[in-house]
Design a protein around this ligand. Structure first.
Ligand SMILES: Nc1ncnc2c1ncn2[C@@H]1O[C@H](COP(=O)(O)OP(=O)(O)OP(=O)(O)O)[C@@H](O)[C@H]1O
Ligand SMILES: [Mg+2]
Length: 403
């Protein structure tokens, strides 16, 4: 081997070339016109697991499988002969029999007269590159599968979202319809009660008063001894009837609510119930206007009425407090008793089964004027009903009073 540091020690240029080719990493071989190896560098021989000596003068066919040989002869050689050059991928077979991928380039070598002298073959083992390419391809297809799955998932999610929005829309529409229905039912109920209350007061009440006057004049004109029916007893029955018609009419629609507004009506109703049931009562109105919007007044009064009716029917209380106050932008109503209390969960279950309506009615009335109800109750420690109503827009505000 020549001394690499001393160029002069290299005999000829072709020796130098041969040395360079021998050291080259790429496989290089020369073949004669019959396809036998006349030269090959170490890299070429090593690629197939042979030494150069083992392959010199051997046919190229020892390095390939029969099907590859057939392919080369049928398809690649005709191209090589036509173009003088061919390059592509081939499956090589090592001495051990194992197969590998090779990138091969073939060039024809011709004599001056055009006669074929042989072939130059360069060759590179691309097994690793192919493996990498395969892995990249696998990863690529796994990636595109994942992307597709993600797209599908997104599509499904979007569909679900649309479905959910549609359902929500339906629920919202249904709720709005129910609210409108409930509002109109309550309004109709109020109008009916108003009319009934007026009729009872104006017609039945006045007829009873006329009957009483008649009875009294009979009593004055005829001595009791000549009348077979006890007139004085009839007069007191009529009195009781007048009183109960009046009370019925007031329960249906207290005229105070229409004539004087919410605060006097609440004060009057509490006093009336307290006197009937012997409660100690406390009434407070703080920072309130005399009148509020009609729908708000009616909602607030009916909630107080139901809360006080519940105290009367269920609480067995001795003290009842009613407080109404304006706090910022809300009107707050609190009805508190010191009675026996109750289980709210139990009452709600009964209400859901339609066994009672009062608590639900209170909630509905509050909701229709955008308010809310909170009830707290403990067995043996009384009950508090708190209703809050937003005030704006207030239709009528009169002088702010402290009651
Ligand atoms: N202040 C209270 N003290 C004790 N128990 C109460 C009070 N308020 C309500 N309750 C309990 O809650 C239940 C439900 O009340 P709700 O007003 O809904 O129905 P109700 O008064 O029984 O019947 P209605 O449908 O005629 O109002 C009552 O049956 C009662 O047991
Ligand atoms: Mg009730």
């Amino acid at each position: 081997m020549p001394d690499l540091n001393n160029v002069r020690s290299w005999p000829t240029v072709s020796d130098r070339m041969r040395y360079a080719v021998d050291q080259c990493m790429e496989g290089l071989a020369l073949l004669d016109a019959e396809g036998r190896y006349t030269y090959m560098n170490q890299a070429h021989a090593a690629m197939y697991g042979f030494t150069s000596d083992e392959l010199i003068e051997k046919s190229w066919k020892v390095l390939y499988e029969p099907n590859t040989i057939a392919l080369i002869e049928a398809e690649y050689f005709p191209l090589l002969l036509a173009q003088g050059h061919w390059s592509g991928e081939l499956t090589g077979r090592k001495k051990t029999g194992s197969l590998f991928s090779a990138e091969v380039s073939l060039n024809l070598v011709k004599r001056e007269e055009g006669q074929l002298e042989g072939l130059i073959c360069t060759c590179r083992d691309i097994t690793n590159r192919k493996r990498l390419e395969r892995r990249v391809k696998q990863r690529g297809s796994a990636l595109s599968e994942a992307v597709q799955a993600l797209k599908n998932e997104n599509r499904a999610r979007r569909l679900l979202e649309q479905e959910r929005e549609k359902l929500l829309e339906q629920v919202t529409e249904g709720r709005a319809r129910l609210q409108a229905l409930s509002r109109s039912l309550l309004e109709t109920q109020e109008t009916e009660r108003h009319k009934l209350s007026r009729d009872l007061h104006d017609e039945v009440g006045q007829l009873l008063t006329a009957l009483k006057v008649n009875l009294q004049s009979i009593l004055e004109e005829q001595p009791a001894a000549f009348v077979s029916v006890p007139i004085d007893e009839s007069v007191s029955i009529v009195d009781r009837m007048i009183e109960s018609v009046r009370s019925l009419s007031l329960d249906l629609r207290p005229s105070l609510l229409d004539d004087l507004g919410l605060i006097p009506a609440l004060r009057w109703y509490l006093r009336r119930q307290a006197e009937r049931l012997n409660w100690k009562r406390t009434f407070t109105a703080e920072n309130c206007c005399t009148r509020y919007r009609d729908d708000l007044q009616i909602a607030c009064f009916r909630i107080a009425q139901e809360a006080l009716t519940n105290v009367a029917r269920h609480a067995n209380a001795t003290k009842v407090t009613l407080r109404i106050s304006e706090k910022g932008a809300v009107l707050e109503l609190v009805v508190r008793d010191n009675g026996g209390g109750f289980s709210l969960a139990h009452a709600k279950t009964r209400a859901k089964k339609g066994q009672s309506l009062g608590l639900l009615g209170m909630e509905e009335r509050a909701r229709l004027v955008h308010g809310s109800i909170t009830i707290t109750s403990q067995r043996g420690r009384g009950t508090t009903v708190r209703a809050v109503f937003p005030l704006s827009p207030r239709v009528k505000t009169e002088e702010r009073t402290r009651h």
